[in-house]
Design a protein around this ligand. Structure first.
Ligand code: NAD
Length: 386
């Protein structure tokens, strides 16, 4: 098949793509996830606050935690969004304020620190709070944001324990606010294509999957190596993308797991968390999914072996540069700003009172899977996932 016909094939596919992916996501909803449970919105208030900003119909987002991801990805993405914009910041580091103010034109009244954060409730410019702090701080700030009457986006992993996830979901529900998780790949065409091919059984039933995500970690003092702040090692940080890939490609939730910790070549650096680990998730229908997460090795792939062939992303999880193959040829899909799509989708969900495809309940499912993987790794036993 020549390149032109592959492109045509993929643009035709793209036409049905969004529809079928939405169907896939809906399948997830009936598969134990209640996408509607944290969607109880007060749209009139959002409309009112958005209208007063000179940024008509756009919702204002405040970023909490101005680290690498907020500064390197989310803030630039918010310059490309249609339905939301960067309205405010929350930081514990006063020296960052001038840079952010200058770069993004943020008024003083929309700048908070962790002590003044709760008074964000009185600020109609802020509709959505986006929590981009170290993992163990997500729960506190999501709950405080909801109690301040704001919709919330929370970075992955949602929290360290399922109990924290429950408290976060409950706080948003009580406040009548929506909660979503920063799962940007649900808005990335190559990963959406994996979900479409898998959930529509384009190449028959999936028999097996493989996924790996890893990078050599640098600074030994960073919070990612501190169990209290990170919850664990590369499984929490990047292994979660493999878990997500398995779930959205199969359209299923796993039922059991076995896992093995990898060797520690730097015992000092990895005294608190695993350096690497591998695991095997069992899904309904005898689908076995092999995952690997590492802080010492570059890994970035998602592969499905189905009855009629293999479809895969050989560059799967990064912010850009996805590459994929199918039995019909290489994937040739649009390149998008994943974070801009993700935040616009949430803003549209809030405005239109429709569920987000990446709700708190999905974040909680993944936290439960992570806990089961750690339990399997520590005990050496097969652990069932309820
Ligand atoms: P980072 O270390 O670059 O930034 C963390 C921010 O939190 C900094 O601004 C820091 O000052 C602040 N902070 C407040 N209290 C802190 C404390 N006690 N210890 C350390 N920092 C503290 O981290 P990051 O890479 O921006 O990650 C932040 C969150 O975003 C994490 O939950 C991470 O998993 C997530 N993340 C998601 C993606 C994605 O692709 N969705 C990518 C990177 C990070």
């Amino acid at each position: 098949m020549n390149r032109k016909s592959i492109s045509r094939q993929y643009s035709r596919r793209k036409f049905i793509h969004d529809l079928s992916v939405n169907a896939g996501m809906a399948a997830l909803a009936v598969n134990g996830l209640n996408l509607f449970s944290s969607c109880n919105d007060n749209t009139e208030k959002n409309k009112g606050s958005a209208m007063t900003k000179g940024n008509q119909n756009k919702l204002g987002i405040a970023l909490v935690g101005l680290g690498n991801y907020a500064g390197g990805q989310l803030a630039p993405a918010l310059e490309q969004t249609n339905d939301c914009y960067l309205a405010g910041i929350v930081t514990g580091t006063p020296s960052k304020i001038d840079t952010w103010k200058g770069k993004y034109n943020i008024p003083d009244k929309n700048i908070y620190n962790y002590q003044t954060f709760d008074s964000i409730r009185d600020n109609p410019d802020i509709d959505i709070v986006y929590v981009v702090l170290p993992n163990s701080m997500h729960a506190e700030y999501v709950i405080r944001a909801a109690r301040a009457g704001k919709h919330v986006i929370c970075e992955k992993p949602m929290a360290i324990t399922p109990e924290d996830c429950d408290r976060m979901i409950a706080a948003c529900k009580e406040a009548g606010k929506m909660l979503s998780i920063g799962y940007r790949l649900h808005f990335e065409p190559y990963n959406l294509e994996m979900a479409r091919l898998g959930t529509t059984k384009a190449y028959g039933n999936i028999k097996k999957m493989n996924a790996g995500f890893g990078f050599p970690i640098g600074d030994p003092t960073q919070w990612r190596l501190n169990k209290k702040l990170a919850g664990g090692g590369p499984l929490e940080d990047v292994g979660i993308y493999c878990i997500q890939g398995f779930c959205y490609t199969t359209g299923l939730d796993p039922i059991a797991v076995t896992a093995q910790e990898g060797p520690k070549t730097d015992k000092e650096k990895f005294r608190d968390v695993e350096q690497s680990l591998t695991w095997e998730l069992e899904f309904p229908g005898n689908i076995i999914c092999h995952g690997k997460a590492s802080y010492s090795e570059g890994l970035n792939y998602l592969q499905a072996e189905a009855e009629k062939g293999v479809f895969e992303l050989t560059s799967a999880f990064n912010y850009s540069g996805q590459k994929g193959n199918t039995p019909a040829g290489p994937m040739d899909l649009p390149k998008v700003n994943q974070q801009a799509k993700q935040m616009d989708d949430f803003a549209q969900a809030v405005k239109n009172r429709r569920p987000t495809p990446v709700p708190g309940e999905m974040g909680k499912r993944d936290v439960k899977i992570i806990q089961a993987i750690y339990k399997a790794m520590e005990t050496g036993k097969r652990v069932e996932i309820s």
